[in-house]
Design a protein around this ligand. Structure first.
Ligand code: GLN
Length: 386
């Protein structure tokens, strides 16, 4: 029997993400890639040095599935100081292959086939697809533009008898929305009423601008016991290819997540774990503020350029993405708009429809500002010249 499509039924719906797809188009046409969040910026020197040491010391064997002890201790310390979470380095942490690895392990470990999991739109498509591949059902709840506010009625309406979980992504990819305390309290109340598990992806936690404040969902009253907090250093230290993330959760959740992490990955790469642990102890606190200030500048530069090109950016409070309405291009949908922009201006962005189930993304593009300043300035000029 021959079958051209070798994909299992579990992944029959799966296609290459538009995020990666635009990178290929961009490479083909030699454009500036403001699409995929590749983050080709220099990693901090202390991290590179600490990791080179760890490689030379040949710290090359498996770690426990939870991760090496120095890293878990450094993470517990960071979670206490930065997030206000009381994390036990021995019982509450699993070091994973990127935050995507933490997300996948969490789904496998804690959810049953047919469970419904709430996801807010605009969403990160990898969340939705990972839920589907885990035989669970994403229930999409739209946030309200232009500020992407939480609509409590819509959230409550989406809950049915099979709803078991909710995904929060703050600061959010692609909208840059930062959930405020009131919204997190609403989510917490709903979680408690309906006995939901929360998965919160906080990978952009150090990129928060102006008056916005990053609040970890697990710090809201009663939430620690039912929350898996996922993050990592891919974005903060510009090491997206290292694939180092973590899940922090109460022991009853962390243990099963760790079992799956062991089964699929054994552990995250150990020399990199040691390097990160050492760097976390050595890096100057000012690094985080400086990094954030640079992203804020990048955001402003590209938002202004988008405006002068006749587009309407949703100025983000966090993350390194900008969603912008590009109706002015006069294209039928966001894929056409992304190709038009790439061909006319040599700037790649991700089609909005990658982040929406509804048609609300049809005139939106997502621009990523994690690029060197010179390149962003060139992109800004090209946009302004449209
Ligand atoms: N999170 C990044 C983005 O949204 C990278 C994801 C990816 O490369 N698939 O662009």
């Amino acid at each position: 029997m021959t079958n051209d499509d070798a994909r299992s039924s579990r992944i029959a719906f799966l296609e290459q993400s538009a995020i990666r797809g635009m990178t290929r188009h961009c490479e083909r046409l030699g454009g500036i890639n403001l699409g995929q969040g590749v983050c080709p910026l220099p990693a901090p020197e202390v991290l590179l040095e600490a990791t080179a040491e760890s490689v030379r010391e040949d710290l090359s064997t498996y770690s426990r599935w939870e991760g090496v002890e120095p890293l878990r201790e450094a993470l517990a310390d960071k979670l206490k100081r930065h997030n206000g979470l009381d994390i036990d380095a021995d019982r509450h942490l699993v070091t994973t292959v990127g935050s995507a690895g933490a997300f996948a392990c969490t789904l496998q470990a804690l959810f049953e086939e047919g469970d419904e999991i709430i996801v807010f739109e605009p969403y990160y498509g990898y969340h939705v697809n990972a839920i589907r591949v885990s035989d669970c059902i994403p229930k999409v709840v739209s946030l309200q533009p232009p500020g992407w506010e939480l609509d409590e009625v819509a959230l409550r309406d989406a809950i049915g008898e099979n709803t078991r979980g909710i995904v929060v992504n703050t600061p959010s990819n692609p909208s840059g929305k930062v959930f405020d305390r009131e919204e997190l309290e609403t989510i917490a109340a709903v979680c408690e009423e309906h006995d939901l598990l929360a998965i919160t992806d906080e990978i952009y936690e150090y990129m928060v601008y102006d008056d916005a404040e990053h609040i970890s969902l697990a710090t809201i009253d009663g939430m620690f016991e039912r929350t898996v907090t996922i993050s990592g250093f891919s974005k903060t230290f510009a090491i997206t290819g290292w694939r180092l993330g973590y899940a922090a959760a109460p022991q009853r959740l962390a243990e099963p997540i760790g079992l799956v992490n062991d089964l699929f990955y054994i552990c995250a790469p150990t020399p990199l774990q040691h390097g990160l642990a050492r760097a976390l102890g050595r890096i100057d606190e000012s690094y985080y503020d400086d990094m954030c200030a640079k992203y804020r500048r990048n955001r402003d530069l590209i938002c202004e350029a988008l405006e002068s090109a006749g587009f309407a950016p949703h100025v983000p409070d966090g993350s390194y993405y900008i969603l912008a309405d590009v109706s002015a291009l006069g294209c039928e949908d966001s894929t056409a708009a992304a190709m038009e922009l790439l061909e006319r201006a040599g700037v790649a962005a991700v089609p909005g429809e990658a982040f929406f189930q509804s048609d609300a993304g049809d005139q939106l593009l997502r621009f990523c500002v994690a690029q060197p300043l010179e390149l962003l300035e060139e992109a800004a000029e090209r946009l302004q010249g449209l």
